[in-house]
Design a protein. Structure first.
Length: 118
């Protein structure tokens, strides 16, 4: 009887240690998650994560339909995505403040064939 109680106490202690370690690891992962994160889900199941955003511009056509998504990074990089390929956008409230809507006529590309790369 005493042997069973000792084994039960050891089992409960090990279980509590495992649960405590899992909680601490999850807490560290949540703290390391960068701010201003934007997650783009594209068709085919791909996910694109962007951080350190300066500006997010969504271009609309004359019918007010979303056409292109342009992302400006703090590292002077730009990404352009066609909304036909985007399934979903997930972002934080701080990122929402950086989103601007512009007409499609204001979309200017550095390369002539940049739309072909989309």
């Amino acid at each position: 009887m005493k042997k069973n109680i000792v084994n039960l106490i050891i089992f409960i202690a090990v279980l509590l240690l495992i649960l405590g370690l899992g909680y601490k690891l999850n807490e560290v992962e949540v703290q390391q998650k960068p701010k201003n994160e934007l997650v783009i889900t594209i068709e085919g199941g791909g996910r694109i994560v962007r951080n350190n955003l300066e500006k997010v511009i969504i271009f609309r056509d004359q019918d007010n339909e979303l056409e292109y998504l342009k992302i400006n990074h703090s590292t002077n990089k730009e990404d352009i995505f066609n909304f036909d390929r985007i399934i979903g956008l997930n972002y934080e409230l701080k990122t929402k403040e950086k989103i601007q809507f512009k007409p499609l006529s204001e979309l200017k590309l550095e390369k002539k064939n940049a739309l072909n790369e989309l």
